[in-house]
Design a binder for this molecule. Structure first.
Ligand code: SAM
Length: 311
């Protein structure tokens, strides 16, 4: 069962940029099915350690089975990668040589977790990576129309955000919206017929938006990158794989800040914004999967990898 849990994306590239060597300590904030972990362990063996973190208990159980031969080298932690500092403190680890984040969700979560991540399956509205309080159900049935519109616009980049939010509110006043199929139908019915085929099914963007809201994904990424950078050793590496433009924008901007991007007006003789070069960006051009990888694993298609080295 666990063999088709998730195909690791940009595996060779991630291992290459992480550049881990024997004895390194690596923080992997998105363990999933441990696809990347197993490859990295080989580079740091026999004395290195990986801290493998995931919010999803199923991911941790699968990873534990896959990593059973490496028990002395991995710490498996059920937590949010945004809590990287607290996690390391609990393990009495001061700093790490590498941070890897492979953002988003695993194939298992989409296809088999029954948490309602996909508009193609008929499941309950949940979408939580872990056991947070608010599910997709509460977002859809309790949030105000204005708040729904903002989320769809900001996190789904959906131009029909307003009409979709209005239709949801109208429908939920008639009857609670409980399932992914119900929601997908409502979304589809709120946009003009010719738009439904232009940018793919509109439910895709709305589901993405709700998932981002439920899991506070963008805040976690910001904090995970910021705090992950702080616990990185000098010459330590950070590698991040993102899957959509909102994620990648955060990664790109954070990396530019670490690399000393200056916000002062160009005519100012000295920098006053406090910019400081603290890292070297290793991927001047973002790294994308090859045609072969996309053919083998279509879910890799939107992946973008960025890497930096701390000075
Ligand atoms: C794309 S998958 C990782 C797959 C993994 N690299 C592999 O090759 O098997 C992303 C994983 O990150 C987890 N995740 C997402 N956001 C998280 C967060 N803020 N903290 C911890 N885990 C998170 C998800 O539950 C999911 O298991």
């Amino acid at each position: 069962m666990e063999d088709d849990y998730h195909k690791p994306v940009l595996l060779k590239e991630a291992v290459h940029y992480l550049n881990a060597t024997e004895g390194d300590i690596i923080f992997e904030g998105t363990l999933g099915g441990a696809g990347h972990t197993i490859a990295i362990i080989k580079d740091i063996a026999p004395t290195g350690k990986i801290i493998g973190v995931d919010l999803c208990s199923q991911a941790l159980s699968t990873a534990a089975i896959r990593l059973k031969d490496y028990k002395d080298q991995v710490f498996l932690v059920e937590d949010n990668f945004a809590n990287v500092k607290e996690i390391l403190k609990r393990l009495d680890i001061k700093s790490v040589q590498g941070v890897l984040l492979d953002l988003g969700l695993s194939s298992f979560q989409i296809d088999r977790s029954q948490k309602g991540f996909s508009y193609i399956r008929n499941e309950d509205l949940d979408m939580r990576f872990g056991d947070q309080k608010v599910r997709a159900f509460e977002v859809v049935n309790d949030y105000s129309e204005q708040k729904l519109r903002d989320i769809f616009y900001k996190f789904g980049e959906e131009k029909w955000a307003g009409p979709i939010a209005a239709r949801i509110v109208k429908k939920r006043n008639e009857k609670e919206i409980r399932s992914t199929s119900q929601l997908a139908e409502i979304v589809k019915s709120a946009v003009p017929p010719d738009y439904r085929h232009k940018r793919g099914h509109p439910a895709k963007r709305i589901f993405q938006a709700i998932r981002i809201e439920v899991n506070a994904e963008l805040e976690n990424i910001e904090k995970g990158i910021e705090d992950g950078f702080q616990v990185l050793n000098g010459r330590g590496r950070m590698v991040i794989i993102s899957y959509h433009s909102l994620e990648d924008r955060i990664v790109k901007n954070k990396f530019l800040d670490f690399a000393g991007r200056c916000f002062c007006p160009p005519d100012l003789p000295v920098c006053r914004c406090g910019a400081q070069k603290r890292a070297k960006i290793l991927t001047r051009k973002v790294v994308r999967p090859s045609e072969d990888e996309i053919r083998e694993n279509p879910r890799a298609k939107s992946a973008k990898l960025r890497a930096l080295e701390k000075l």
